[in-house]
Design a binder for this molecule. Structure first.
Ligand code: DGL
Length: 283
């Protein structure tokens, strides 16, 4: 009998950002358990080169495969932008990225055809959102803005700080001047500061959190492959029931994550990723 459906879902990001997808999975797929890896020893990913990002994403995927996951969500725009094709070609496990769903939703929502994307420098330089929009709706205009100061602030849980507000004003001004009516949160950390962004943009610009569409794609994939969890024993999972691994300090991750999510996470393990091969639990 195919027992694939009882396995877990793997997700990875550079740090706390991918937790926005874990939260969304809990909403749409409450019977699925998640194994999460935050590569906090290497955060931020946004200033890394393409080859570095491919190497880091590959290590994360290998670690999750080793933990026996049935599917992986690349819960990072920076790696989804430059490493997804490589990961899909290299590994047999299905891998879902975060670029397509956000662009699709923004294209559906925009009325004036002018879409903004805020993201890391790596994502903006890759042009991934523009390329995706070019395939889906070539007439739409996409304006990108790199926002390198946001990720360190969010990793520290400083989502209401003066620095976050100042940076938001500075980063959003050029996009407002372009007349956007829709903004893709093109970094999985950014839904944690959506209140700050909304405060600057006001009601005339709608925000798109790609987590929603990405988890819907994941749900459709699991349904289509007969891999949705149908086990009778399984109850609904809370955020604290998932497994969390980081490559940096587990306490710092737990503290920031619990503040951002406003809930307890349970245990966070530290792992050492060696030579892109395996993840060994060190504490
Ligand atoms: N959350 C990630 C993203 O979506 C990475 C942010 C970073 O580490 O710079 O791009």
């Amino acid at each position: 009998m195919n027992q694939e459906f009882t396995k877990t879902i793997g997700m990875f990001d550079s740090g706390v950002g991918g937790l926005t997808l874990v939260s969304e999975a809990q909403r749409q797929l409450p019977r699925e358990k998640v194994i999460y890896f935050g590569d906090t020893a290497n955060v931020p990913y946004g200033d890394k080169s393409t080859s570095q990002l491919i190497g880091l994403a590959d290590s994360a995927v290998r670690f999750l495969i080793q933990r026996g996951v049935k599917v992986i969500v690349d819960a990072c725009n920076s790696t989804s932008s430059v490493a997804l094709d490589f990961l899909k070609e290299t590994h047999d496990v299905p891998i879902v990225g975060v670029i397509n769903a956000g662009v699709q939703e923004a294209v559906d929502k925009t009325e004036n055809g002018r879409i903004g994307v805020i993201a890391t420098s790596a994502t903006i330089e890759s042009g991934a959102h523009e390329k995706e929009a070019g395939k889906i709706a070539p007439s739409v205009k996409v304006f990108g803005q790199a926002c390198p100061r946001f990720v360190p602030l969010i990793e520290e849980g400083r989502t209401n700080s003066l620095e976050a507000h100042r940076a938001a004003h500075e980063y959003l001004k050029p996009l407002q001047e372009k007349g956007i009516d829709t903004l893709i949160l093109g970094c999985t950390h950014f839904p944690f500061i959506s209140h700050v962004l909304e405060g600057v943009l006001g009601p005339s610009v709608q925000l798109v959190n790609p987590a929603v569409g990405t988890i819907l794609q994941l749900k459709n994939l699991l349904e289509g492959e007969g891999m949705l969890n149908k086990s009778e024993e399984r109850r609904n999972f809370e955020l604290r029931d998932h497994e969390y691994y980081v490559s940096g300090d587990p306490e710092a991750f737990k503290e920031a994550a619990e503040k951002l999510l406003n809930t307890s996470l349970g245990l966070v393990y530290q792992i050492a990723i060696k030579g892109g091969e395996t993840g060994e639990v060190v504490r």
